[in-house]
Design a protein around this ligand. Structure first.
Ligand SMILES: NC(=O)c1ccc[n+]([C@@H]2O[C@H](COP(=O)([O-])OP(=O)(O)OC[C@H]3O[C@@H](n4cnc5c(N)ncnc54)[C@H](O)[C@@H]3O)[C@@H](O)[C@H]2O)c1
Ligand SMILES: [Zn+2]
Length: 366
């Protein structure tokens, strides 16, 4: 079992990572959040795979949400709150969110606002959930106006990771999650590079032997970044590497074409090109990173999306400042924040990106 301390403003919290951990879930939930009544919130994919047995072990009522990002909205939160209250939740009750990032964002948010705040435990079952969505304390939902516009910081009492659950995750979801692992490696190569070099190739092929170790490395990096900047005023922006263009690609295609990590992979390729062009990375180093991202191919294509299609979405979630947008770019040994780049430079990089085959090789971009 690997244990990682997680920062929490109001007390200690831990991420536990262990193969087969779900079989001991009752002990871990109780240790982290107390012996109050437990309530399991999951989705209709994860419920039959793991949810029902987890609920049995916890002697907990459980709720299976409809699957998908489109359900990360207010009515679902209300449904969760009703489920909790109708089943007799009180202020000692513990909400267990079991599933991908959609489930943990919803379960955490519902816990945060039910009876003015119930403790909760995150049990992520996607790679993205394990390394990203359940770490850092953010919970929330989407509005028609945009994603994640409503929510709060409400960190779970514990994050319980059983890498066994990744065996049933579709390989496309796994590879999209690996994009976020590549991202944290770019942010903190000194702690992650050896893990990525060893485990990325087999994991990208679906061989999960190194999953626990790699998840642990990625969780440590995100936890460290969050610890110094819980409210995203400064250093936490590093985690947005690849996301400026990634979010724009997702929005420009109505969130229907890319998994988040796939769009971020395209975004990281763009960041590599911009960094190389500014002398922050050598061509050889940039190509090493592009070669790693290539292991996640094929990505959904972007060749039919012109700069004109994507550009309007670029500044939606970042304030456009005089002279362009501020980018997070990779450099040797880490990242640089707030690199202001004129749009015409980004346009050139994007046009080069569009000539890169979605199935690779990606190194031609550099
Ligand atoms: N709170 C945060 O800081 C934070 C950070 C990053 C992402 N997020 C959020 O996370 C969400 C994306 O999370 P996601 O990528 O996990 O998507 P998801 O929750 O939609 O899960 C992806 C798919 O995998 C299925 N699934 C989950 N675990 C499985 C398993 N073990 N076996 C088989 N199928 C399984 C789900 O039912 C779903 O169909 C977004 O809403 C995003 O905004 C939040
Ligand atoms: Zn992301």
């Amino acid at each position: 079992m690997i244990t990682i301390d997680l920062p929490r403003a109001d007390g200690a919290s831990r991420c536990l990572i262990g193969e087969g951990l779900l079989s001991q879930i009752a002990v871990h939930v109780e240790q982290a959040a107390g012996a109050g009544r437990h309530f399991v919130v999951t989705d209709a994919n994860v419920g039959p795979l793991y949810g029902r047995s987890v609920a049995t072990r916890l002697a907990a009522p459980f709720l299976e949400l409809s699957v998908g990002e489109e359900h990360k909205v207010w009515p679902t939160v209300e449904g969760i709150i009703q489920f909790l209250l109708v089943n007799g939740a009180d202020r000692d009750s513990v909400v267990v969110g079991l599933g991908g990032g959609v489930v943990t964002d919803l379960a955490g948010f519902a816990a945060a606002i039910t009876l003015r705040g119930l403790p909760w435990v995150a049990v992520p079952t996607t790679l993205l959930g394990m390394v990203d969505a359940s770490i850092g304390g953010k919970t929330g939902i989407n509005l028609d106006l945009g994603k994640n516009l409503v929510g709060c910081f409400w960190p779970p009492r514990a994050v319980l990771v059983d890498p066994h659950t990744l065996r049933t995750l579709p390989s496309r979801e796994l590879r999209a999650g690996l994009a976020e692992v590549v991202k944290v490696t770019m942010i903190a190569p000194s702690s992650m590079d050896h893990l990525l070099a060893r485990w990325l190739p087999p994991l990208a092929r679906g061989e999960l032997g190194g999953a626990g170790e790699m998840v642990a490395g990625a969780v440590r990096v995100k936890a460290d970044v969050v610890a110094i900047d819980e409210r995203e005023k400064g250093p936490r922006q590093a985690l947005n590497l690849g996301h400026t263009l990634g979010h724009a690609l997702e929005a420009a295609t109505g969130y229907g074409r890319f998994l988040h990590g796939e769009a971020v992979a395209w975004g990281m390729l763009t960041a590599l090109r911009l960094a190389r062009d500014r002398g922050l990375l050598s061509t050889a180093d940039a190509q090493t990173w592009a070669g790693r991202l290539e292991l996640l191919a094929p990505l959904p294509p972007i060749s039919d999306l012109s700069w004109g299609d994507v550009a309007p979405y670029l500044s939606r979630d970042k304030k456009r400042k005089e002279g362009g947008i501020d980018w997070v770019l990779p450099r040797l040994g880490g990242v640089v924040l707030g690199v202001r780049i004129p749009d015409e430079h980004v346009a050139r990089a994007y046009e080069a990106l569009c000539t890169v085959p979605a199935e690779g090789p990606f190194t031609g971009l550099l």
